[in-house]
Design a protein around this ligand. Sequence first.
Ligand code: B16
Ligand code: MG
Length: 223
Amino acid sequence: MSGGVFPRYCRALIFDLDGVLTDTAELHYRAWKRLADEIGVPFDERVNLRLKGVDRAASLDIILERATRSYSAEEKHALTDRKNGYYKSAIATFGKENLFPGVTELLREAHAKGLRTALASASRNAPALLDRLGIAEVFDAIADPAQARPKPSPDLFLAAASALGIAPQDCIGIEDAAAGIAAIKAAGMAAIGIGDPADLAQADAVLPRIGDLRLEEFILQEH
Ligand code: B16
Ligand code: MG
């Protein structure tokens, strides 16, 4: 455990969804890529890194930075709807088997250790996705992205901690996106990044996969 950064007695884990619990980050990318190709705007994995954890409207604005013309609010609305349709078709067949390896065990172990768990996803599709993944009942709280400023604002993580009734400094946030790690740090929590340390420099620890997370390395029990 890295001294001083992680809470001495952690009480809650606050999870991002896309890219942390399941591989929808790739499906968001493919849906945006399809849309960008259709409207002739260059878009690649590098630009996509900036979209991770960022809400739908702001993601489109980032993609349209490379457009050769401007788009009206109505056109943008139609484009985000189109992308969301592609994304929803992609997750229509999702089930428990789409959870990343180790997620079920991690959530079970967290509860066995007396930790509370919450979700801080920017995705409006999160509740439907949790249902499909069979873990909707597992979370003690789910922050509502409609009531929060988008990441890197701390709002989603603060709302999750507040719904749990736990102080932010007693929580650990888990994220795959640079914007999400920034949100966790802005909320005053310790941050575990999932992915490449080069992309998640602000995280307090980075693991390649959620299945590599060993709670005992971060959590001390009170007795
Ligand atoms: P939706 P997370 C985020 O989810 C995704 O990382 C991001 O790519 C997506 O644009 C955003 O949700 C909004 O999703 O279009 O479904 O509302 O990583 O915060 O769980
Ligand atoms: Mg994510």
